[in-house]
Design a protein around this ligand. Structure first.
Ligand SMILES: C[S@@+](CC[C@H](N)C(=O)[O-])C[C@H]1O[C@@H](n2cnc3c(N)ncnc32)[C@H](O)[C@@H]1O
Length: 227
C-alpha cells in the first residue's frame, strides 16, 4: 500500500525519464545478480527506514521479506514515471509504504527521523550528491545506518573511458553518471563511521565497479571512533 504526496520547489528542473522508467525493470538483471545485494541492504531492517530514490520500488519486496513486523517503510522518488511504478510495487507488497515526491537533496523529514537509509544505485543520479549526503546525515538517528549499493568511478583507462562515455550515457540512463567517486564522498564525511565496504563482482563495464557497504551515523561527528 502506498500514500503519495506532491512537493516541488519553484524553479527546480523536473526529473522525468519515461522511457528509462518503462525499461528499467526489463533491463535490470535483478533476481540472480543484484538480488543478493538487495538482500544485504534489507537484512534485519527494523524501525523507520527511508528508501532514497526508490525507482520502481525494487527494494520493497526485499524489505517486506527481511524486515521486522514493526517496519515503517518510507520512500522518496522525484520522477513521476518511476513513482507510479513504485506505488504499484508497494500495493502488491505486504508492507505499508509511505511514498513521497521528494529529492534526496531536500528531504521532507525531521532530524534524526530514521533508523536506516537505503541507497541503491542512486548516488550516481542525484543532482547534488554532497547536499544529499548532508541530508542523509541529518535524517539518520545517531547510530543509524546508511546502507548502500552504488556503481562508482573505475581506475586507469577504464575511468578515462567512463569520462568519455558519460555525456551519452547520462542521456540514455536517466541522468546516471558513470564516474562518481561515491565511496570517497561517503568515507570522507565526518558524520559517518565505516562499518563495511566491499567491491562486489557484479556489473558489466562501463557500470563497474559496484560497491556495497554500511556506514553508521556518528553520535558525535567530532569523534572518529565507534560509539
Ligand atoms: C538507477 S535508479 C535506482 C532505483 C532503485 N533505487 C533501485 O535500486 O532500483 C535511480 C533513481 O534515482 C532517482 N533520482 C534521480 N534524482 C534523484 C534525486 N535528486 N533524489 C532522489 N532520487 C533521485 C531516479 O528518478 C531513479 O528512480
Amino acid at each position: 500500500m502506498a500514500d503519495c504526496k506532491s512537493r516541488r520547489t519553484m524553479g527546480e528542473r523536473r526529473i522525468e525519464h519515461p522511457l528509462f522508467a518503462a525499461l528499467y525493470d526489463r533491463f535490470m538483471p535483478d533476481r540472480f545478480l543484484i538480488g543478493p545485494h538487495r538482500e544485504y541492504l534489507a537484512a534485519d531492517l527494523s524501525g523507520r527506514v527511508l528508501d532514497l530514490g526508490a525507482g520502481t520500488g525494487a527494494m520493497i519486496p526485499y524489505a517486506a521479506d527481511a524486515g521486522d513486523a514493526d517496519l515503517e517503510y518510507h520512500a522518496v522518488e522525484p520522477d513521476p514515471n518511476m513513482r507510479r511504478r513504485a506505488a504499484g510495487t508497494a500495493e502488491r507488497s505486504d508492507v505499508q509504504v509511505h511514498l513521497r515526491d521528494a529529492r534526496a537533496e531536500s528531504l521532507p523529514y525531521a532530524d534524526d527521523a530514521f533508523d536506516a537509509v537505503l541507497s541503491s544505485l542512486v548516488f550516481c543520479t542525484i543532482g547534488d550528491p554532497d547536499a544529499a549526503l548532508e541530508e542523509v546525515a541529518r535524517v539518520l538517528k545517531p547510530g543509524g545506518e546508511l546502507r548502500f549499493l552504488e556503481h562508482v568511478r573505475n581506475d586507469g583507462w577504464r575511468a578515462r573511458a567512463q569520462d568519455r562515455l558519460n555525456p551519452v550515457w547520462e542521456r540514455a540512463a536517466g541522468g546516471c553518471q558513470l564516474n562518481r567517486e561515491t565511496v570517497e564522498r561517503f568515507v570522507g564525511h565526518d558524520a559517518f563511521d565505516v562499518l563495511e565496504l566491499e567491491r562486489v563482482s557484479v556489473g558489466v563495464f562501463p557500470v563497474t565497479p559496484i560497491v556495497r557497504g554500511r556506514l553508521r551515523r556518528r553520535r558525535d561527528p567530532s569523534l572518529s571512533i565507534d560509539q
